[in-house]
Design a protein. Structure first.
Length: 302
């Protein structure tokens, strides 16, 4: 007798890229892989040590997301066991929560046969996250530029992103809620205009693959980095070292505490070694954009 189980694979993501605040996301070649099999009750098992303190039952973010989606369609989700393996650092500004939410939406879609379109999935995830940057990148892969006002979702997808990526990861976590609390409620009109102009040029450069311009303008944010950067050890020194090493540019990854550095493909090892030597209190991850978004496939066990 045969029975069905399936797997879901979701990429990590970095958001904002400086002035693209809450709207620009880039999928990264770090992944969360989940094997889903029928069970009599909900159970979630993580193979990674840093995730093992997370809930292992129905209030786990992956499961609760899937249940919310099922509830939106007045359906009951079949109970399952989830075996999770991931190389996405937890709480480090690399979209670990967005990956979990994306996975939950995909699990509900596949388990219930909802046949949701990709735009519907991104819209559901954006409503849960409160913004579309990480979630759109996790679903679509590549680079995404998105608008979401709670109702209307619009976006541009850049599937091919030809760069190398370095991520500097500190040992401490920085909760998104805490990071959001550092931001002002209002900005002066002139400051907002500068930030908007930088975001516009960044978007144009990214859609045309002009990473020389994108790298420079990444460092002209006025929306969030000026209020967060003091929480990052050696922020200005790292930015200067990246410039001197020939990187395109650097930015806080999402809400932090990791730093995203865009480099020319082929320069990752050289620049990475230089940064490791100068800033040993950061772990340096060498990766690249993930051109593939979320995937799911059926397994058969006989």
């Amino acid at each position: 007798m045969s029975w069905k189980q399936f797997s879901v694979i979701v990429p990590a993501s970095t958001a904002n890229l400086g002035p693209g605040f809450d709207s620009i996301g880039l999928a990264l070649n770090l992944h969360m892989s989940i094997d889903i099999s029928p069970a009599s009750e909900w159970a979630v098992e993580y193979s990674n040590k840093e995730y093992q303190h997370l809930s292992s039952n129905s209030d786990n973010l992956i499961v609760s997301t899937a249940q919310v989606v099922a509830g939106q369609f007045n359906l009951e989700l079949p109970t399952s066991k989830l075996n999770v393996e991931t190389d996405i650092p937890l709480g480090k500004g690399l979209g670990s929560s967005a990956a979990a939410i994306a996975a939950g939406i995909e699990i509900a879609d596949r388990s219930l046969g909802l046949n949701l379109s990709m735009k519907e999935k991104v819209k559901i995830g954006s409503a849960m996250e409160g913004h579309p940057d990480n979630i759109s990148a996790s679903f679509l892969g590549g680079l995404t530029i998105s608008y979401f006002d709670g109702d209307q979702l619009e976006g541009i997808h850049v599937p091919e992103v030809d760069i190398g990526v370095l991520i500097l990861v500190p040992s401490t976590e920085f909760l998104t809620k805490e990071s959001r609390g550092l931001l002002p409620e209002k900005l002066d009109h002139n400051v907002a205009i500068q930030g908007s102009a930088a975001g516009n040029v960044l978007s144009g450069a990214l859609t045309t693959g002009d990473w020389n311009t994108a790298g420079r303008i990444m460092e002209k944010d006025t929306f969030h980095e000026p209020f967060r950067k003091y929480r990052f050890p050696d922020f200005e020194a790292i930015r200067q070292a990246c410039r001197q090493a020939g990187a395109y540019g650097s930015a806080i990854s999402g809400a932090g505490p990791s730093l995203f550095i865009a480099v020319r493909k082929g320069d990752e090892q050289k620049i990475g070694m230089d940064l490791k030597e100068k800033f040993p209190h950061y772990e340096c991850l060498i990766t690249k954009p993930s051109l593939t978004g979320i995937r799911s496939y059926e397994n058969r066990v006989d």
